[in-house]
Design a binder for this molecule. Structure first.
Ligand code: B12
Length: 219
């Protein structure tokens, strides 16, 4: 990845980070790689916060830096929407779980999915189990995305997926979790189908889910 960019963000140096992003964009580096380097940068900010080197204000600052950098990067993300296929576009329901207000990663995922032709319904942040289930029922979305970055939200995510199962929604929907706390062990524990914690694996993952669903439907 683009280490100087990750380092500049970790050091909370907005000007340096912005000038590096402009340089990478001018050199036509892959926008997804640039975003991933930004994600790694804020992850380092999180580590410094955890180690007591940074304060909450620094987390807030990293959010502001990330948003500014995304404004430079977004126009360079390639849209690959096939408009003829729009009425067949797969629907995705996505939200950040109750108790968690992190949404930078979710916004990126939504942006990438919409750019790739998916129709996304964003439920926002701090979404209750009740609201997730209600929306899942009314939309019949074949893919449900749950975002969470806080480890103390893992039990709520499990409760949500258990409820989707009890309500009979789980049979017809693939559940994908994402965010800092969504590692493989957690995915297994909460009973989700897939997890994504980096920028690059989001679109290939969703596209493979769609293909798999099509194959199963045709059987
Ligand atoms: C920025 C930030 C904040 C901002 C959030 C701003 C916002 N609008 O989102 C603010 C300052 C508000 C904040 C608050 C808090 N935060 Co905070 N925060 C971070 C930080 C530094 C970066 C998160 C981020 O945006 N990353 C960039 C994005 C792009 O990455 P991402 O979220 O991982 O998303 C990518 C993938 O995971 C994936 N993805 C994400 N979501 C989804 C969903 C689906 C469906 C899919 C498929 C994929 C996917 O795709 C994205 C593509 O790049 C992290 C550090 C970290 N390591 O994550 C801490 C971190 C998450 N925060 C932490 C904490 C403790 C807090 C607070 C409790 C602090 C406090 N004392 O108040 C509060 C919690 C508030 C709450 N109730 O939610 C801890 C959590 C620790 C833990 N184990 O639970 C972390 C890990 C920092 C740390 N190391 O201590 N935070």
């Amino acid at each position: 990845m683009l280490e100087p960019l990750s380092r500049a963000i970790a050091d909370l140096e907005l000007e340096k980070a912005a000038s590096l992003v402009n340089e990478y964009v001018d050199k036509r580096f892959n926008a997804v790689d640039i975003i991933e380097s930004c994600r790694i940068g804020v992850e380092l900010v999180g580590k410094r916060y955890q180690a007591g080197e940074y304060y909450l204000a620094d987390l807030v600052m990293s959010e502001a830096i990330f948003k500014e950098l995304m404004e430079i990067i977004e126009p360079h993300l390639v849209k690959v929407v096939d408009h003829e296929q729009q009425n067949l576009a797969p629907h995705v329901l996505i939200g950040t779980i109750q108790g968690d207000i992190h949404d930078l990663g979710k916004s990126i995922v939504i942006y990438l999915l919409r750019s790739s032709g998916f129709i996304v319904r964003d439920l926002g942040v701090d979404v209750s189990i009740e609201d997730f289930v209600k929306e899942a029922k009314s939309s019949s979305a074949p893919i449900i995305g749950i975002c969470f970055l806080l480890t103390n939200c893992v039990s709520t995510v499990k409760e949500l997926i258990d409820t989707l199962e009890k309500e009979g929604i789980r049979n017809n929907a693939t559940v994908v979790i994402g965010g800092y706390a969504a590692d493989e062990a957690t995915r297994n524990y909460v009973g989700a189908d897939y997890s994504a914690t980096t920028t690059a694996n989001v679109i290939p993952l969703f596209e493979s889910i769609i293909k798999l669903n099509e194959v199963n439907r045709d059987r």
